[in-house]
Design a binder for this molecule. Structure first.
Ligand SMILES: [Zn+2]
Length: 606
């Protein structure tokens, strides 16, 4: 019966269909974003081997957009476009680590003002509250688990995210709510690369895990399910060698821009829609669907299209400034309209995506007048440079590097075309993705350094590979190059200091860490390490101040507190040592392996 209905309503397309009044039965909104999910790896989008039953059944009862595109292949940038309905120039967060302009209205603002209880639970650091997406959310769950040393991780499993979201739903299911849940599977590294399973298979495993978490989340809606509008999408795709690209962020091919987009809920008729849409359309659509008025955005309300109206002719934009911000290469800006896609670059590209969806045949030379018109359109959306004064803070940069988001310094004024640097970009992406380990990683880094001996990131990473292999003698010069090349975080100093401390050169390690404190003033990990090497180097009295400063910034930096207790014990301040040990026992989880060591210390000073 449903099939007949779908066919009938599709046949009505092109009628003068008015925007439907918001169905009174739509009370709540659930937005699910699955990071790095390619549309073509989802069952409902044609992958017969995908294990995505939850997404597939949502798609079967909702509108499935088959040509949905992200505004940027970058986590924060794309999510910010989703939440503000604006292309990146309109919200300012052109790369991970930058900040969303707080003056720009968000979907959460709009729904909060309309009386919704709002909450978000995210799976990774690029969406940390400090970057601005918290605005409009009354609850923002972005606490990452901590490692044994107390440092917060850069990501967390979707299971934990959904646990928190389900707890929240338990309390707020009766409210009118807007809930956003972000799952970081299947972002690289996919599963455990050391298993030797091929990357594509591990990626598919992660997609299946994300789908299991979607199922749990939908289950936890309980009685609210029938009155909840559910939108599911991804922030960008993922490249497995297409166009010479690995992972995502540099290029703006549809490999990394095309995403799944499914909208289901009360009154929404199941159908597949092939009209090109952008994630900037999501916020105005959701606001309209719940009857919360209209939402001023670059995107449009898709409700009429979802109800069968013809999609308006328009131009969709996408960009990546990662080439500029990470490597000093030219940014890439693209527009798509009328079956064509144009990318502005030193060597521009034009594809007739209508019959060349994989963007294989550049038609730039045969379409000169079209190119001129599309170049003018690109420039209307954004220039090729960024407004001054947008910088990321250095701790953010360091953590983003750990997640695979490089952030070197823009260099020089001549901007190479990223296409001409694709081999280098792919090698660096393999390094930063966390997909390559051990000797293979060492070989890859040496290849990069053969081409770019001074590359600070490659020197830094090779330094760590050597450090982990207990080859400090070789690691030290690598760290020194990274430092000389002004690597924009304290990571190179931390590596060098670790080698110096391993070689029992505590004085050298302390002076390296003092230099690191000027690269990243107040970084608690630098201060903690400075305290630890001073204390181990026979200067426990000098160690106390940096350790205390580290703990002021991050009271859960357990290694620093343990080091502080030892430093107090070493200078004879036994009751201070006991206090710190007791405080540490209060803060450590009941099953933490370090407890017995702390208890021994406590017993020795009591
Ligand atoms: Zn992402």
């Amino acid at each position: 019966m449903l099939v007949v209905l779908v066919a009938a309503s599709t046949a009505c397309r092109g009628d003068e269909t008015r925007p439907p009044a918001a169905p009174v039965t739509t009370r709540n909104v659930l937005l699910i974003t699955i990071d790095t999910l390619r549309a073509d790896r989802v069952g409902a989008y044609g992958d017969s081997t995908a294990r995505t039953p939850a997404i597939d059944s949502l798609a079967a009862r909702g509108v499935r957009f088959t040509s949905a595109f992200a505004a940027a292949p970058i986590t924060l940038t794309s999510h910010a476009s989703m939440m503000t309905g604006r292309y990146p120039a309109g919200h300012g967060a052109r790369h991970n680590g930058m900040h969303v302009d707080l003056a720009v209205p968000t979907l959460a603002d709009a729904l909060s003002a309309a009386g919704f209880t709002t909450a978000a639970f995210v799976g990774a650091f690029p969406l940390d509250r400090r970057f601005g997406l918290i605005k409009g959310f009354q609850t923002y769950g972005d606490r990452m688990p901590r490692g044994a040393d107390g440092r917060p991780a850069n990501e967390r499993p979707g299971q934990l995210v959904v646990d928190e979201a389900a707890d929240w739903l338990q309390k707020h299911r009766g409210d009118r709510f807007f809930l956003w849940v972000h799952l970081f599977e299947p972002h690289a590294p996919y599963g455990d690369p050391r298993t030797g399973r091929p990357a594509a298979a591990r990626y598919a495993d992660d997609v299946a895990e994300a789908d299991r978490q979607v199922a749990r989340l939908l289950e936890s809606l309980g009685t609210a399910a029938a009155s909840t509008l559910i939108a599911l999408t991804s922030d960008h795709g993922e490249a497995f060698g297409e166009h010479g690209e690995i992972a995502h962020s540099i290029f703006v091919y549809d490999t990394t821009l095309r995403v799944p987009l499914v909208v289901a809920g009360p009154g929404i008729i199941a159908r597949a829609l092939g009209d090109p849409v952008s994630l900037v359309d999501l916020a105005p659509t959701i606001v309209r669907q719940v009857g919360a008025g209209t939402f001023d955005a670059d995107g449009i309300d898709l409700s009429p299209v979802m109800a069968g109206a013809e999609a308006p002719n328009r131009i969709l934009y996408a960009e990546s400034f990662a080439p500029l911000l990470d490597f000093g290469w030219s940014p890439l800006r693209s527009v798509r309209t009328g079956g064509w896609k144009y990318t502005a670059a030193p060597k521009p590209e034009l594809y007739r995506t209508a019959d060349d969806p994989s963007e294989a045949r550049n038609a730039i030379d045969s379409e000169r007048s079209r190119v001129a018109a599309l170049q003018a359109e690109v420039d209307r959306f954004s220039g090729a440079t960024l407004p001054a004064g947008r910088q990321m803070d250095s701790e953010a940069a360091a953590r983003l590097q750990a997640l695979g988001y490089v952030s070197g310094r823009p260099a020089g004024t001549a901007r190479p075309d990223p296409k001409d640097r694709r081999d280098m970009a792919a090698r660096i992406a393999q390094v930063t993705s966390g997909e390559v380990h051990g000797p293979a990683l060492g070989r890859l880094l040496k290849e990069i350094l053969a081409n770019e001996p001074q590359n600070p990131l490659a020197n830094l990473r090779l330094g760590y590979v050597l450090l982990e292999a207990d080859r400090c003698r070789e690691a030290v010069p690598k760290f020194r190059v990274a430092i000389a090349e002004k690597y924009p975080s304290a990571d190179a100093h931390l590596g060098l200091a670790a080698c110096q401390a391993a070689q029992r050169d505590f004085t050298g390690a302390a002076s390296t860490l003092r230099a690191a404190d000027s690269v990243e003033p107040g970084n608690p990990v630098v201060l903690a390490n400075l305290g630890l090497v001073l204390s181990d180097g026979g200067r426990p009295a000098e160690a106390i101040n940096p350790l205390q400063r580290a703990l002021t910034t991050d009271p859960d930096l357990h290694q620093a507190r343990f080091g502080l207790a030892i430093a107090f014990a070493r200078v004879g301040r036994r009751s201070d040592a006991a206090n710190q040990a007791e405080e540490l026992l209060r803060r450590l989880p009941p099953n933490a392996p370090q407890r017995s060591e702390v208890e021994r210390l406590l017993a020795s000073v009591k």
